[in-house]
Design a protein around this ligand. Structure first.
Ligand SMILES: Nc1ncnc2c1ncn2[C@@H]1O[C@H](COP(=O)(O)OP(=O)(O)OP(=O)(O)O)[C@@H](O)[C@H]1O
Ligand SMILES: [Mg+2]
Length: 245
């Protein structure tokens, strides 16, 4: 059970959306919303954050090693141990058969660990695949989104198509990172959130984004520049103060 509620904590959840290859996982790593020295747990069903020593492709989270576990037992044990040390960590759960039950189990564990005295960053990849409808999400995932803030949870939810995501997720995420969209319906969904025009979304390319921050029509654009593969990524025009998030 989550402990030490702290109502003064700000909502920091981030919703990332772009079509496949648009740069969601890159944004999670490089847009600056996960601290450089994080307590980070990832539901990573497709291995977007795998780390292999010496590999240029599987370079973990921002080049840092991520420890993956494919069994509940292994992940739960590693997570409890890592969280108990009070030091930074990056670990991921990659079940062999990802489904809603696995995602909910993962969220239960996060909720049980949540502590308003400490920040815990949680990434849920491909969240649209694990929900039953776009109606209110009343599961433990919804609980993490709505009640997690005061218990130190920072939820990073990732989806290819915003039209497939429950409102609980978009409305509870004060930050939205919008990359290239696949359909007019998806673009229009995000246009409403950002209060921007169709052309602004249509013109987005891979690794180019619009960032919506709290406040009506409050958005800016940024892109992630790839330097030498896996070594030198930078963000440009990112209008956020990293020290405050
Ligand atoms: N380590 C990397 N170095 C350089 N470019 C990369 C790296 N990882 C991904 N890319 C490129 O960045 C772009 C975005 O990739 P990313 O994995 O973030 O997409 P995604 O939106 O998460 O896609 P998916 O929904 O399929 O997971 C792709 O065009 C890819 O070629
Ligand atoms: Mg991805």
């Amino acid at each position: 059970m989550a402990i030490n509620p702290n109502n003064t904590l700000p909502a920091r959840h981030v919703f990332y959306t772009a079509t496949t290859g648009g740069g969601k996982s890159m944004a999670v790593q490089y847009a600056g919303f996960v601290p450089r020295v994080p307590c980070l747990a990832i539901f990573d069903p497709y291995g977007d954050y795998l780390y292999k020593t010496g590999s240029k492709r599987d370079n973990g989270f921002g080049g840092k090693r991520v420890y993956h576990y494919s069994t509940r037992r292994g992940f739960a044990r590693a997570f409890r141990q890592a969280w108990g040390t009070r030091k930074c960590f990056r670990i991921a759960y990659k079940p062999p058969k990802p489904n809603r039950a696995e995602m909910l189990w993962f969220c239960e564990l996060m909720w049980a660990a949540a502590d308003g005295d400490r920040r815990l960053d949680v990434v849920i990849e491909e969240v649209a695949k694990w929900v039953e409808s776009t109606a209110k999400e009343q599961s433990i995932l919804g609980e993490c989104m709505t009640g997690g803030r005061k218990f130190g949870l920072v939820m990073h939810t990732v989806a290819q198509r915003p039209t497939e995501v429950p409102k609980t997720i978009t409305s509870q995420s004060p930050y939205k990172i919008v990359g290239m969209q696949e359909s007019r319906a998806d673009a229009e969904r995000m246009m409403k959130e950002l209060d921007c025009g169709f052309e602004e979304i249509k013109s987005l390319k891979a690794l180019c984004y619009l960032l919506k921050s709290p406040g009506l029509s409050n958005f800016s654009s940024f892109k992630i520049e790839m330097g030498e593969w896996s070594k030198n990524q930078t963000t440009t025009n990112l209008a956020i103060d990293r020290t405050t998030i």
